[in-house]
Design a binder for this molecule. Structure first.
Ligand code: A3P
Ligand code: MG
Ligand code: MG
Ligand code: MG
Length: 321
């Protein structure tokens, strides 16, 4: 099965959502605060509305597990914010009403099941607000296995001199591609080869509190990566590994939040892009990421993403660290 229709629907939705996000960012959005104190913007909500509408219309039977929901937006105090979101959504869906926008956002309140979509409308909201990297990430999961991943990185250029804006697409068993968000041909991507010393670097989060940079750097050194890390927000890190521009992405539990568990929408799309480009994705103990049981990967700790060749060496260095 090549998921042709699924692919077409979400590629179109991801490109539209990425445009909405870039429109918002040109206007320098203020952040709102969620109940867990993390930031969210009108672009996160607008992106989720556009994508959930597209998926819900095309595949009404499918559950969508999205990061955001519209509860806060129904508060009368948020009317002005909801109106702003609706205005941005109307640049893509001209007839959209505020009521529809909240309804579309809430299509993302589905549950993990035998076939579901998971959506991060903006992964790396902090990067988005800093004018750095972010990603619109969509994945289709069947029986716990990611089958399709689409990831738009509006600020990412893989080759020096490229216009920023990269779209990654992967279908299980069919490889991974990247292309410019501005159009043009898709090209197949592959992870770093073992002898490609120049690209033997590693990537990690910009946000120190989303990982353990001390330990990440120690492990990288232990496996022979001497260059300093490249710090990048969002699942763009997966895209960089899949494109052969870094050999390793480590995300180890932060000592400041030892009970944190990773969300499926922060990894599903990126993981299939790397795997289909020939790489490997596990947690820090070598366990596969669990997309079968719920939105939090409660059985996994940390994430290790590599070109495959160095994976076991990294896991061994982690055990020793
Ligand atoms: N203590 C923590 N440890 C690891 N990840 C965390 C975290 N707190 C928040 N995050 C996640 O880190 C994501 C961003 O990752 P990165 O640092 O790679 O850019 C956030 O996604 P959102 O921005 O979609 O909320 C959020 O889900
Ligand atoms: Mg968030
Ligand atoms: Mg995220
Ligand atoms: Mg997000």
């Amino acid at each position: 099965m090549s998921y042709e229709r699924e692919k077409q629907v979400v590629i179109e939705a991801a490109i539209a959502a990425a445009k909405l996000c870039q429109d918002v960012r040109r206007d320098i959005p203020p952040a709102m605060e969620k109940s867990d104190k993390s930031p969210v913007t009108v672009a996160d909500y607008g992106s989720q509305a556009v994508i959930c509408k597209a998926i819900g219309d095309a595949f009404p039977e499918d559950a969508i597990v999205g990061e955001e929901d519209a509860t806060a937006l129904r508060d009368p105090e948020m009317a002005a914010q909801l109106e702003k979101i609706t205005q941005y959504v109307r640049t893509i869906l001209p007839e959209a009403t505020s009521e529809q926008v909240t309804e579309w956002i809430d299509r993302g309140n589905g549950q993990v099941g035998s076939r579901y979509w998971t959506l991060d409308p903006i992964d790396g909201t902090k990067g988005f607000l800093r004018q750095d990297q972010y990603a619109v990430a969509i994945a289709l999961v069947e029986n716990g296995e990611v089958k399709l991943g689409v990831m738009a990185c509006p600020a990412l250029a893989i080759e020096e001199g490229d216009e920023p804006g990269t779209l990654f697409v992967a279908v299980r068993g069919e490889g991974a591609t990247r292309r410019s968000l501005h159009g043009g041909e898709a090209q197949t991507i592959r992870v770093v080869k073992a002898d490609d010393v120049e690209n033997l670097r590693f990537v990690e989060s910009v946000e120190a509190s989303h990982g353990d940079q001390g330990r990440q750097n120690a492990v990288a050194q232990a496996v022979g990566i001497t260059a300093e890390s490249v710090r990048v927000d969002s699942q763009a890190k997966y895209g960089i590994v899949a494109s052969g521009k870094a050999a390793l992405y480590m995300r180890l539990p932060s000592p400041k939040s030892p009970n944190y568990r990773e969300n499926i929408w922060d990894h599903a799309a990126g993981a299939i892009v790397v795997e289909e480009a020939g790489g490997r994705v596990t947690d820090m103990h070598g366990k596969p990421l669990n997309f079968a049981d719920g939105s939090k990967m409660t059985e996994n700790r940390g994430v290790v993403v590599s070109n495959g060749v160095i994976h076991e060496t990294v896991l061994a260095a982690l055990r020793d660290s």
